[in-house]
Design a protein around this ligand. Structure first.
Ligand code: NYM
Ligand code: MG
Length: 206
């Protein structure tokens, strides 16, 4: 069986990542794939609860300490994620290390310092960056409820994301309709999955 694909959705707050992740998981499942959703921060763990308390302003933490907790929250999920990929399950992931670096760098921490703790995490096979102008994000419901959901910071976060953007990233225009974005994301994901299956077949024939 081919290894599962790691499909990551990244972007600023209110870009539609969670909606698109849920739609992608459902569509892939309907097509007979084994697929699971992961999301970061994963708020259910002990570390995740600390992150949640920080994001909802019930706890204060040093900028570097919270950065490391976000990273630790990914590391604690690593073994299970690797196992699922090895078993052929595709993972649709809502935020990852790029969010970690983008938010902390936007707050003023050094980019290189921010990247270090995430070095060695399993790499996504496909990164889709849902790009939304900050003014548009602000108009969407719920903006302003959590720490970081402020226009100035979000603008900086978007700038860092665009700096981190590697040539293989797929940029999705998040101003488009939910359905149009879904079709684009599903196409990209299915193409990646086919590539993975093809590579496995080619290897068998060698
Ligand atoms: N966030 C998320 C970080 O600052 N660092 C990270 O490593 C991750 C994964 O958490 N504003 C921030 C971005 C969001 C906030 O995420 C909560 P979500 O997807 O809204 O639950
Ligand atoms: Mg949010």
């Amino acid at each position: 069986m081919a290894r599962g694909r790691f499909i990551l959705l990244e972007g600023c707050d209110r870009a539609g990542k969670s909606t698109q992740c849920a739609m992608l998981v459902k569509a892939l499942q309907e097509r007979g794939h084994s697929v699971e959703l992961c999301k970061f921060p994963e708020r259910t763990t002990t570390i995740g609860q600390m992150i949640h308390a920080y994001l909802t302003n019930s706890k204060e933490l040093d900028d570097k300490a919270i950065h490391l907790l976000f990273s630790a929250n990914r590391w604690e999920a690593m073994q299970a994620m690797k196992r699922k990929l090895e078993q052929g399950t595709h993972l649709v992931v809502d935020r990852y290390a790029y969010s970690g670096v983008a938010f902390s760098t936007a707050k003023g921490l050094d980019l290189k310092w921010c990247m270090n703790p995430d070095k060695g995490l399993v790499r996504p096979d496909l990164t889709l960056f849902l790009d939304l102008p900050t003014a548009e994000a602000e108009r969407r419901g719920g903006f302003g409820e959590e720490r970081y959901e402020k226009r100035e910071l979000q603008e900086k976060v978007r700038e860092v994301f665009l700096r981190l953007k590697a040539k293989e990233w797929v940029v999705v225009d998040a101003r488009k309709s939910i359905e149009a974005m879904h079709q684009e994301i599903l196409n990209e994901a299915e193409q990646k999955i086919r590539e993975g299956e093809q590579a496995k077949e080619d290897a068998l024939l060698e």
